[in-house]
Each structure stands twice: as structure tokens, then as C-alpha cells.
Design a protein around this ligand. Structure first.
Ligand SMILES: *Cc1c(COP(=O)(O)O)cnc(C)c1O
Length: 396
């Protein structure tokens, strides 16, 4: 007997849960790509994406995943031999840096470890050591560690030091989950993808860029025709938006997802994620009063609101994930990048996603399933986690 045979809940930090409204919007016959509804809706879709990113500036859309946006952002920003300052807090900053290196960019990487946000003093040292760097690269929320960085603080540091570089931010895991203000925070390049807070299947990547980045990028010698953000941003003909055939059904799904986000209101979307995250953290703290259960990020102010990285001990993380998936219908995220490849410790870690199309009953359900799984498997844990989660949601 298994208790998994109801609706499955994919609680991993991307791809996230797709709303029925998004799925139904995609269930259509192939649309005309030369005129009609699809071609007419793209202007509004671009405006609505910019509204979610809190920018009035520029946007290039790519048929690709998050990695594609890493390369798109790099190719339009850098020239061969430029230096990039990378402030890495977990795994994804290193990935973006590696892409830059492979394109011929020199990277000056400061690694803040697997459980801490960017530290101002070390960031300042990196900026002072590389005054001519073309850009500073930051991950808003690292999906492996669930650490969240203060992007406005990095901008202020750059301004205080008079650093002329561009500020580039990876918001793939945080856009439409955590508050982000591209224009107010002085961000020059911001990247995102369809399959996380935007609740749409993987396959669309977004590069938002400031007028300053647009001007600076004109001299980049890493641009190639496909990745060049200029025609995608200023398309004269519909196909120039995509450099070829439009991603028809992704656009239909994304259109509906953006409508849902704007119906709710982006501030309410952020508040919902904040509240649900607080329930997860409250449960985790209760579990941690006995046994090995621990949150990866100690200070709530530095935790992302769309995913929570946690650990048990031994192989209990993997055992618990298997139980929740196969016996209860909830798929939790694997631990990512917390140990070196090949080390046995990886099985202690897992991640709970609360990203995108999630509500109280989904989050409370996932927490109750984790609680039950630990009881079934004999994994030691403190009591009262579900009461604590309920209290967190009930509080003003
Ligand atoms: C998911 C993610 C990526 C990579 O996105 P893909 O679509 O898997 O290529 C990059 N950065 C962050 C912060 C992410 O969460």
C-alpha cells in the first residue's frame, strides 16, 4: 500500500509547480506566428515581465534555460580579457563564473562559503583589488544553499567606492518570489528563467538590462548573432524577438502565469512567499531541538523565501526524500553542492521548495509529510513542528 496516489507535489526548487491555468492556456492548436493573437500579445507580455522585474528598461527573451541566460548576459557584457568580480555564495555563482571563463573572461572570485551571504568587508577588498573590472556578478538567492544576498548593499558599496563596473544579478530562483527592485537597486543586468517563480515550463530565459549596460555592451567582442540582445530588445519584425520561430506554447503559458501574478499583485506574491517560508523555518527549528535536523542558513534575514536548504545526518536526507516521494506523493529537492563530488555526506542534505504556485495547504502538507516520514523512518527530531508552522501562518 502506498499513500502517494493522489495529486503529486513536486516540491523541488525548479521546475516548480505549474498552475492548471498555465497548463490549460498551453492546450491549444498551433497558433499563427505571422499575424493574429500571438504576435499581438507579445508587447504586453514584455511589459508585464518588466513589471515583475521592476524595471522600465530593456529585455531580451531567449529560447533556453537559466544556463542560456548566463551565457547571453556574459556575451553581451564582456570582451575577451575583461575581468569580472564574482561574489559567490554557494554553487550557482561559480557556474556563472565558469561560463564567463570559458568565453575568455578573467574572473576574480571571492567565495563566501556554503552558509553565508556576501560579507561587506571582503566584497570591498575584491572591488578595491579590481578597480577596472567590467562587472560585479552576484546571485540574489543561491538555490543550493538558500542564502539570499542584499543586492542594494552591493550597489551602495560600488557607488561608495566609485566602482564603474556593471552590477549583474542572477535572479533565476528568486524572481516573483523574493522582493527584487531592478531599477531602484541600480542593477544593470538581471537574468531569470521561466520554470521557477514564473510557473511556466523550462525553456524561456530572460535577460533584463539597463540603458547603461546597453551602451557599455556595444563594444563587447563576445557577441554572436544568436546571443546579441539588441534585435531581441528592439525587434522590428516579430521573428527578431526570438531569432527565428517563436516559442509558441511557452508564450501562451507564460502569458497566463503573468496574468495570475498581476491579478494577485507582486507585493502580495512576495508576502505569500515570506509567510510560507516562515512556516517552513518554524517547523525546521522545532525539528532541530532534538536530533540532527538543521537549517543551512542560521540567520532568517539571509534566507531566501522560495527554497529552504536543510540537513539531517548520515543518509537520512535521501531516505526521507525517498519516503516522501514514493509513500506520500511529495518530491523534495536533493542536496546540491553541499559536499564535494563523491563524498558520502551528500545524502544528509535536502531542500524544501516553496516556490511559485504554492499555498498554505501545500506547504503545511509538505511539512506534515516530512514530519510523518521522520516518524516512520525513526529519524530523531524535536516535537511540535506542525504546531509551530501553524502558529507562524496564524501570526499577523
Ligand atoms: C536554476 C538556477 C540556475 C540554472 O537554471 P537552468 O534552467 O537549470 O539552467 C541558475 N542560477 C540559479 C540561481 C538557479 O536557481
Amino acid at each position: 500500500m502506498s499513500l502517494a496516489n493522489g495529486r503529486q507535489y513536486l516540491a523541488i526548487p525548479g521546475p516548480s509547480v505549474m498552475p492548471d491555468r498555465v497548463l490549460n492556456a498551453m492546450h491549444k492548436a498551433a497558433p499563427n506566428i505571422y499575424e493574429g493573437e500571438l504576435t499581438e500579445m507579445v508587447g504586453g507580455l514584455r511589459d508585464d515581465l518588466k513589471a515583475v522585474a521592476r524595471t522600465r528598461q530593456n529585455l531580451a527573451i531567449y529560447i533556453g534555460n537559466g544556463h542560456a541566460t548566463w551565457e547571453a548576459a556574459n556575451a553581451n557584457t564582456f570582451s575577451r580579457g575583461d575581468t569580472a568580480i564574482v561574489l559567490a555564495t554557494g554553487r550557482f555563482g561559480h557556474g556563472w563564473a565558469e561560463n564567463a571563463r570559458q568565453l575568455g573572461v578573467t574572473t576574480a572570485v571571492t567565495d563566501f562559503g556554503k552558509a553565508s551571504p556576501i560579507d561587506l568587508e571582503r566584497a570591498e577588498a575584491a572591488l578595491r583589488a579590481n578597480p577596472d573590472a567590467r562587472a560585479v556578478m552576484v546571485t540574489h538567492m543561491d538555490t543550493a544553499t538558500s542564502v539570499r544576498n542584499d543586492v542594494a548593499m552591493v550597489r551602495k558599496l560600488m557607488d561608495d567606492l566609485g566602482h564603474p563596473g556593471l552590477l549583474m544579478v542572477d535572479c533565476i530562483a528568486s524572481l516573483a518570489c523574493d522582493q527584487f527592485e531592478m531599477d531602484d537597486w541600480g542593477v544593470d543586468v538581471m537574468i531569470a528563467a521561466s520554470q521557477k517563480g514564473l510557473m511556466t515550463p523550462p525553456g524561456l530565459g530572460f535577460v533584463f538590462f539597463s540603458d547603461k549596460a546597453k551602451a557599455a555592451g556595444k563594444s563587447s567582442d563576445l557577441r554572436s548573432p544568436y546571443w546579441d540582445w539588441t534585435p531581441r530588445n528592439e525587434a522590428q519584425f516579430f521573428y527578431e524577438n526570438w531569432y527565428g520561430t517563436a516559442p509558441t506554447h511557452h508564450l501562451l503559458g507564460l502569458r497566463e502565469a503573468l496574468t495570475m501574478l498581476h491579478e494577485e499583485g507582486i507585493q502580495n506574491v512576495w508576502a505569500r512567499h515570506t509567510k510560507l517560508a516562515s512556516a517552513v523555518w518554524a517547523a525546521a527549528e522545532a525539528w532541530g531541538t532534538e536530533g540532527a535536523f538543521r537549517l543551512n542558513i542560521a540567520d532568517p534575514a539571509h534566507r531566501g523565501h522560495s527554497v529552504t536548504a536543510v540537513r539531517l545526518s548520515g543518509d537520512d536526507g535521501t531516505r526521507l526524500r525517498r519516503w516522501t516521494e514514493f509513500e506520500a506523493g511529495v518530491t523534495l529537492g536533493i542536496g546540491l553542492g553541499m559536499t564535494e563530488p563523491g563524498e558520502p555526506g551528500a545524502d544528509a542534505f535536502f531542500r524544501i521548495a516553496h516556490m511559485g504556485h504554492v499555498n498554505a495547504h501545500m506547504t503545511l502538507g509538505a511539512l506534515a509529510v516530512i514530519d510523518t516520514g521522520m516518524k516512520v523512518l525513526g529519524i530523531p527530531h524535536g516535537p511540535g513542528a506542525l504546531d509551530a508552522a501553524a502558529a507562524a501562518l496564524a501570526s499577523a
